[in-house]
Design a protein around this ligand. Structure first.
Ligand code: ADP
Length: 450
């Protein structure tokens, strides 16, 4: 820049000297002024081209300037390039940031100072039933019509979250959302939404479970304390006392059964799936279950002998690998149910079969009371009973099928039930092939018939 100025001044001086030499002092001023005008015009023309080029806003366009002006253009071009690179980097960072927010399992909604939607991620749009683009600029309270949310926004205290109902994709499923507003910037707000349906369901299940357990325990406890009061307050004969004590023993046994089933459930829930290393001797296990079932059948019919026709089958060499106590509990629950829900004289067939793909199935079929189709999907829920009084009379806790299902699932298998009201039921437990071993044992195909 300086050298250019010196060169211009030198050129001006030399031209003015030439003018002086040709025409004296008049020539000095005419030549000096003329060359000054020419230099100014030259710079003006180049400056005009530069300004037009800048105004066009395309740094790649050719301006055809050299020397000082060419250098200026090059520097401006480099400046533009650096600016574009920084802008591209910022744009990329912004895209990455937005992609990260999109990937969030929680919903994110940005609101302006008036509460209008500025941006939302897909999750928030799904949770609240919004359209990501179309609803931009809309007031959020006009779109989220839950009264709890309207109150929350109106009270202006966002220190805690609020639970609202979300827009569920299916009518059969309720979506529970935890929503909280977080102020930021100049009166703007960040709205976070979180799907807490599973947690709400778990809480509800826990409450139902506690209510059910309390109810189940309270009934025998009330009966027991009534008997205690009677024994304490009334002068009873020895026979009467014995009758009361027998009735008390029944209630105590019922409570013991309930507590024992609850403990079994909590142990099953708190322990890892059993390893497939221990193989269960099904032959001795089934013999034990059969003898217990026959005793139960006799007790049910208040006779000395079993009042049901019980058939047990077990293929030779079959063993199932897993926790013996658990498999015993699952199988005996199903067999005992068959006895309890089949009137005297009925038939009960319990059998183990080996499937074509190496899986083992235990099934127990009875021709008892059967179950109406509407109850079948809920049958293995805790405390779900089709006929409450029948279940209680026969010493049921309402937990037997829940335990059996839990056990077979822990062994990687599945639980099935088929039943027709008034005709009978068939419950089965399928154990996968990796839990099945064929060992050479001298078991007979038909264990016992009664
Ligand atoms: P419970 O202790 O009441 O028998 P379960 O969990 O074992 O509880 O069974 C749940 C319900 O399923 C029972 O209350 C009964 O109504 C029904 N149920 C189970 N097994 C049979 C069966 N073999 N025949 C008919 N109903 C059955």
């Amino acid at each position: 820049m300086l050298s250019r100025l010196f060169f211009a001044l030198f050129f001006l001086f030399v031209t003015a000297l030439c003018g002086y030499w040709l025409n004296g002092s008049q020539g000095f001023w005419i030549a000096g002024f003329g060359i000054l005008l020419a230099l100014l015009f030259n710079d003006y023309e180049k400056g005009y081209r530069l300004e037009t080029w800048l105004r066009r806003g395309d740094p790649t366009a050719d301006v055809n300037l050299t020397g000082f002006w060419g250098e200026l253009v090059n520097r401006i071009r480099r400046g533009f390039k650096a600016r574009d690179q920084i802008a591209a980097q910022h744009q990329q960072r912004l895209q990455e940031f937005l992609s990260a927010i999109q990937a969030s399992p929680n919903g994110v909604l940005l609101l302006d100072d008036e509460g209008r939607i500025e941006w939302s991620n897909q999750t928030a749009a799904l949770h609240l039933g919004l359209h990501e683009q179309r609803d931009v600029g809309q007031h959020v309270v006009n779109l989220v019509r839950d009264p709890a949310f309207t109150r929350y926004v109106a009270q202006q205290d966002f220190s805690a979250e609020v639970i609202i109902e979300g827009r569920s994709p299916s009518l059969s499923q309720m979506l529970k959302l935890q929503v909280q507003l977080h102020p930021y910037g100049e009166n703007k707000k960040l709205l976070l939404t979180r799907d807490v349906t599973a947690r709400a369901q778990a809480d509800q299940m826990r409450r139902d479970f506690v209510a059910n357990v309390s109810h189940e325990i309270r009934t025998p406890l009330t009966v027991l304390s009534g008997f205690v009061e009677t024994l304490q307050s009334l002068p009873l004969s020895a026979d009467e006392r014995q009758t009361y004590l027998d009735l008390m023993a029944v209630q105590a046994t019922r409570m013991q059964g309930l507590v024992s089933d609850l403990l079994t459930l909590s142990q099953l829930e708190g322990s890892p799936p059993p390893p497939a290393t221990e193989c269960v001797d099904l032959k001795s296990m089934m013999a034990q279950i059969k003898s217990d079932a026959m005793a139960l059948s006799a007790m049910q019919g208040q006779s000395e002998k079993a009042v049901h026709a019980l058939t047990f089958e077990l293929p030779e060499h079959l063993s199932v690998c897993g926790a013996r106590v658990e498999i015993h509990s699952a199988v005996s629950n199903l067999v005992n149910n068959a006895v309890r829900y089949t009137p005297a004289g009925g038939q009960i067939e319990a059998r183990w079969t080996l499937g074509a793909e190496g899986q083992a199935t235990f099934s127990v079929k009875d021709n008892g009371v059967g179950i109406a189709a509407e109850h079948l999907p809920r049958l293995s829920e805790r405390f779900y009973r089709v006929d409450r009084s029948r279940s209680r009379e026969s010493g049921g806790t309402g937990l037997g099928l829940a335990i059996a299902k839990h056990i077979v699932l822990r062994h990687g298998g599945s639980f099935q039930v088929q039943s027709v009201l008034g005709e009978g039921s068939c419950f089965s437990l399928d154990f996968p092939s990796n839990r099945v071993k064929l060992t050479p044992t001298p078991a007979s195909s038909e264990l016992l018939s009664a």
